[in-house]
Design a protein around this ligand. Structure first.
Ligand SMILES: [Zn+2]
Length: 250
């Protein structure tokens, strides 16, 4: 079977121009990550709408970086499911369907119960202390309102789930979780009914208490209840599009 050719020659040219492993590789990655983070915020906050085009050239010039760095940032977001790449068309903000949203939560129920089991075996006294600190931060953000606080709250509440994955000590599961949390945040921003993350610190606190009491069954039950609750708070009914006349209220 012939080797697969690169997507196009301009891509090949870029690769040829890229210097081999240099000291700047680390800063290249750092800059790509910083751009990824600001783009992710804009997507989850819906300042960039689903379907919006993200051109490498524009991202590069806005952040004064090379197209190669802009491309790395977009590829990281594509890996997280927040950006969709279409061949010959470029990158777009993902527009997850209601069905995809359901699949994300089905995946979370399967993976997070497994994570909980491994985490329960590994939790140290220091870990419990770190989780309690984290939940304090969440509770404080909950009292705050406004778009910025909401964005922070979605992010911080996702961190609770990522911390469990970290303690579980399986790097591959943790990567899965990073992707699932990123996708969940987008889906919550798109379909959330109440305008808050609904990934509440009360539920998190209950899960932590059950783990501390050594009651894995109870922690698992609460985790499933928690994920069901987040999903139930989404409005995933098929949206019937208004006629132009109705949309314009004529
Ligand atoms: Zn949660």
């Amino acid at each position: 079977m012939p080797l697969k050719a690169p997507a196009d020659f301009s891509e090949l040219n870029e690769i040829m121009k890229t210097p081999r492993q240099t000291d700047s590789d680390a800063s290249h990655e750092d800059r790509a990550k910083a751009i990824r983070d600001t783009l992710r915020d804009a997507i989850v906050d819906r300042r960039l709408s689903p379907g919006a085009k993200l051109s490498e050239a524009e991202v590069g010039s806005l952040y004064s970086v090379s197209r190669t760095i802009a491309r790395s940032a977009l590829q990281m977001l594509a890996f997280e499911g927040l950006v969709t790449s279409e061949r010959n068309k470029g990158a777009f903000v993902s527009n997850p369907s209601p069905e995809e949203a359901r699949q994300i939560f089905t995946s979370r129920r399967l993976i997070e119960t497994g994570i909980l089991q491994s985490a329960a075996e590994n939790m140290s006294a220091e870990d419990f202390a770190a989780f309690r600190e984290q939940l304090k931060k969440e509770a404080l953000l909950k009292e705050d309102h406004g778009a910025k606080a909401r964005r922070e709250e979605i992010k911080v509440s996702g961190d609770f789930h990522l911390m469990l994955a970290e303690v579980a000590g399986n790097a591959i599961l943790k990567k899965f979780m990073e992707e699932l949390i990123g996708r969940s945040s987008l889906v919550i921003a798109l379909y959330g009914k109440t305008g808050t993350s609904s990934c509440g610190s009360d539920d998190h606190f209950g899960i932590l208490e059950a783990l501390e009491a050594g009651n894995l069954d109870q922690a698992t039950k609460m985790m499933l209840h928690h994920i069901n609750h987040i999903e139930a708070d989404l409005d995933l009914r098929p949206q019937s599009s208004l006629s132009l006349k109705d949309a314009l209220q004529l």
